[in-house]
Write a new protein. Sequence first.
Length: 255
Amino acid sequence: MERPFLSFVNVSYAYHNLKGETQAVKDLSFQVKEGEFVAIVGPSGCGKSTILSLISGIFEPEEGEVNFKTSNRPMIGYMLQRDHLFPWRTIWSNCMLGLEVQNEKTPEKMEYAEYLLKEYNLWDVRNKKPDELSGGMRQRAALIRTLVLHPDLFLLDEPFSALDFQTRIEVSDDIASIIRDSGKSVILITHDLQEAISLADRIIVLSNRPAHVIREIPIHLTCEGKGVLAARSAPEFNDYFNVLWDDLKGKEEKV
């Protein structure tokens, strides 16, 4: 049996302050396969972002283990709700930032950045500053800044939530396509159930805090076309949505 790319094994973590502790996750276990796109959903404040911090090494488990297929933690690309582009740098120099920090600004990686900017319609605005671009274009630039580092795992923490609905559909479609083409593993944190269903291979549903897994749902959609809009038109889409809605509605009513 192939070893999973990532596994949580009975992981627990709590936040501590002078008033006591808040248990964020407890006895949390799940796996992510190599090349799999996994979405994690759950009630607000259940510990979803804490999970990403445990994966990236910002936090260490108080109990249990976070294991990777390789002995060392893989290269991780992290996308947040905001693009965090530096306003004083051009789009091109923002895309070069990670390479500069890691001293990897090689001709090959710069050529790859150029290819990505051209492929996703940012080449003509490469010399503009972030505040001259739309939110969707800024998020594409933030993704390219991450992609040029060739990460093995993408952590997406509600990266589309600040965008309007139409832009959100377009950008999530683009970003999912780019990442799928790379063949890398992805973990998406989202409150948007439709987004989770249309993008993910599998959805992990979490309980209220402290988070543990209450359901895992493999997603199989029969679509005539590709992309987010085609997925939302699949005959199975509403069934998946109703199952997730009932799970989360039940949990929120018990808060």
